[in-house]
Design a protein. Structure first.
Length: 243
């Protein structure tokens, strides 16, 4: 498998001959045409920094199925009814598995307790009320993308018995996402040998997150934990072993 980072929580996963984009908020990509065509688009939830408001343009270029929670799919069907056929949506709720052309994708619970200030910032910045809950994490072929989450024991409970080769985890520590310590705890409990940090780029100008990948690297080193941290530059690709 190959994984490419595009900033925020956006990744391209190449697995079993398919190309899957997770949370495609492509702020740092100037031309969608420069990207490989998607076979599937996956959304953890509807906040603007995860790409839901870009879906019309994404679908125009890729014309592929879309996977999300039932609440988000309901919103998308209403928002994009003129542009995207309703049969192009797939739904996965917590602990449900969708088989997409030989790839089993399981929705994993997340914990994203955004406070009133955070909700206000999102609403004012986007002038949209896309569903911010529930937040789905996803597991596919040994790869885990957590979506926006803080630590919750429900993650390890849902991934029990599954082999996790790499985990994409938020580390920003602000706006109801995990800090580096929580990311380490999640990775340790699910048995992931490596963390690929995400959700630390500023959402809007002058609104930075508390932590960066360097904080995660230092914490892992100081605690002597046998855990690899793989901070990726935008556009960088890493190979993930098959489970």
């Amino acid at each position: 498998m190959h994984l490419t980072f595009y900033g925020f929580s956006c990744f391209k996963l190449e697995t079993k001959g398919k190309i899957i984009y997770f949370d495609p908020y492509l702020k740092y990509v100037h031309k969608i045409d420069s990207l490989a065509k998607a076979d599937l688009i996956v959304f953890s939830h509807g906040h603007f920094d995860h790409g839901a408001l870009m879906l019309k343009n994404l679908y125009k270029h890729w014309m592929c199925p879309i996977l999300a929670s039932g609440d988000l799919v309901k919103w998308m069907k209403r928002k994009y009814k003129r542009y995207i056929p309703s049969e192009n949506y797939l739904i996965a709720e917590y602990n449900e598995t969708v088989n997409f052309e030989g790839n089993e994708i399981t929705a994993i619970p997340a914990y994203h307790p955004l406070n009133r200030l955070g909700k206000t910032i999102f609403a004012l910045h986007t002038r949209s009320r896309t569903p911010g809950k529930p937040v789905n994490g996803y597991y596919i072929n040994g790869f885990y993308h957590s979506g926006d989450t803080k630590y919750t024991s429900a993650i390890a409970e849902s991934l029990a018995g599954k082999i996790v080769k790499a985990a994409c985890l938020p580390i920003g520590g602000k706006y109801a996402v995990a800090n580096p310590g929580e990311a380490i705890q999640i990775a340790t409990e699910i048995g992931a040998p490596s963390i690929i940090p995400m959700h630390y780029h500023p959402l809007i100008q002058q609104v930075p997150f508390r932590y960066q990948p360097s904080h995660l690297v230092k914490l892992v080193k100081s605690q002597g934990i046998d855990l690899k941290v793989l901070p990726l530059a935008i556009g960088e690709t890493v190979e993930i072993p098959d489970p």
